[in-house]
Design a protein around this ligand. Structure first.
Ligand SMILES: NC(=O)c1ccc[n+]([C@@H]2O[C@H](COP(=O)([O-])OP(=O)(O)OC[C@H]3O[C@@H](n4cnc5c(N)ncnc54)[C@H](O)[C@@H]3O)[C@@H](O)[C@H]2O)c1
Ligand SMILES: O=C(O)C[C@H](O)C(=O)O
Length: 392
């Protein structure tokens, strides 16, 4: 029975009581009973009619009630940006969807996955925040999920288990990212893409190749998400320095795997210095932060909650950039001329078109210069692997 009918029936039960109390002093019992019965019947009839209308409406629309509610609310959507999450039912996808639903810059939130997206959508759509939430399930609904989007966030794909490298995910995730990016090229070629799926050092080159093939590639709009490395670096450095992590800003450059993750501890803000032991400890911990979580989860996946937080921090920066806010700067793995490699993570300035400006590395100390050489060697192979896969 629908909510409308239930409410009408409650009304039918309570109305006679009101009527008796307000009229009992002026009318005879028989007259009163008649009036009460008449009113109750009228309300019941109205309730039954409303129920029939609802059933008829649902039949005509041939849709679930979730879709009808979403359509309804979409008509009144507040101004803001349209964001799609691909892989929204996953370990990262769910908390990411929840946090994006809270973001006041988001007016429409599309949740796409190959499994479980209706449940996640129903759940998140009950949050009393502004964004309208719609769910999309499986490949046949990918185009609807993507059409009209300003920002697409991709955490789709398998996570690591203990003993695996991120590159071990390549065989499965490369194909997933390729398919999703083909959809983006067709349905929302102007959207800014935040790519989370690992191995980021290879999936970003794959995405670039897909967009090039489709003739839609805009290097500024494709951003590999390395924000989790920055979030970890800020946390670990703050611990060592005894500071509030919110006051610390550590640039992390290179890529997103092992030695390709290069924290620039000589450029930490507020300015500070580290002993060689602290530098070694911090660099190792930041480079292996992902593995630390994978091992602690002991087979149940990799970082999801801190990643959702980092993804939202980065997506929010992208949305502020699209809105035209000045001086929005974050680290990301992007098409780059900073080194001889075609892709590299550095600080970028985010604007209406994505990464409007890619910043240089700045002065590096001897420890960081040695780290950079190691990072570039591994990065070159991972980037080439992605390009070769996509060109096959
Ligand atoms: N960039 C980073 O810093 C970072 C951090 C953590 C995790 N990751 C990566 O993010 C990815 C997701 O991690 P997770 O923990 O959420 O994994 P998960 O397995 O919990 O969730 C992945 C979701 O992707 C969905 N999916 C699979 N194929 C899909 C397809 N073709 N289209 C749409 N959705 C699809 C799955 O159904 C699942 O819901 C992994 O590759 C992981 O390594 C990256
Ligand atoms: O480590 C992983 O496999 C997931 C992610 O890349 C991370 O850094 O936590």
């Amino acid at each position: 029975m629908s909510i409308c009918t239930l409410r009408s029936l409650n009304l039918a039960q309570s109305l006679p009581l009101c009527t008796i109390s307000s009229h009992s002093g002026h009318r005879g019992i028989t007259e009163l009973v008649f009036i009460v019965q008449f009113l109750a019947n009228s309300v019941l009839m109205a309730a039954v009619t409303a129920e029939n209308l609802i059933i008829e409406c649902a039949k005509q629309m041939g849709e679930s009630s979730i879709l009808r509610q979403a359509n309804c609310r979409a008509k009144g959507a507040a101004p803001g940006f349209k964001v799609a999450i691909l892989g929204a039912a996953g370990g990262i996808g769910q908390p990411l969807a929840m946090l994006m639903k809270i973001n006041p810059l988001v007016s429409v939130l599309h949740l796409y996955d190959v499994v479980n997206s209706p449940g996640v959508t129903a759940d998140i759509s009950h949050m009393d925040t502004g964004a309208v939430v719609r769910g999309f399930l499986k490949q046949e609904q990918l185009a609807s999920a993507l059409t009209g989007m300003d920002l697409v966030i991709i955490p789709a794909g398998v996570p690591r288990k203990p003993g695996m490298t991120r590159d071990d995910l390549f065989n499965i995730n490369a194909g997933i990212v390729r398919t999703l990016c083909e959809g983006i090229a067709k349905c929302c070629p102007k959207a800014i893409v935040n790519l989370i799926s690992n191995p980021v050092n290879s999936t970003v080159p794959i995405a670039a190749e897909v967009f090039k093939k489709a003739g839609t590639y805009d290097p500024k709009r494709l951003l590999g998400v390395t924000m989790l490395d920055v979030v970890r670096a800020n946390t670990f450095v703050a611990e060592v320095l005894g500071l509030d992590p919110r006051e610390v800003d550590v640039p992390v450059v290179g890529g997103h795997a092992g030695v390709t993750i290069l924290p620039l501890l000589s450029q930490v803000k507020p300015p500070c210095s580290f002993t060689p032991e602290e530098t070694e400890y911090l660099t190792n911990r930041i480079q292996n932060g992902g593995t630390e979580v994978v091992e602690a989860k002991a087979g149940a996946g990799s970082a999801t909650l801190s990643m959702a937080y980092a993804a939202v921090k980065f997506a929010d920066a992208c949305l502020r950039g699209i809105r035209g806010d000045k001086d929005v700067v974050a680290c990301a793995f992007v098409d780059s001329q900073v080194t001889e490699l075609p892709f590299f993570a550095t600080k970028v300035r985010l604007g209406p078109n994505g990464a409007e400006e890619v910043y240089q590395l700045g002065p590096l100390n001897a420890y960081e210069r040695a780290g950079l050489e190691k990072a570039k060697k591994e990065l070159a192979e991972s980037i080439q692997k992605g390009i070769s896969f996509a060109r096959k």
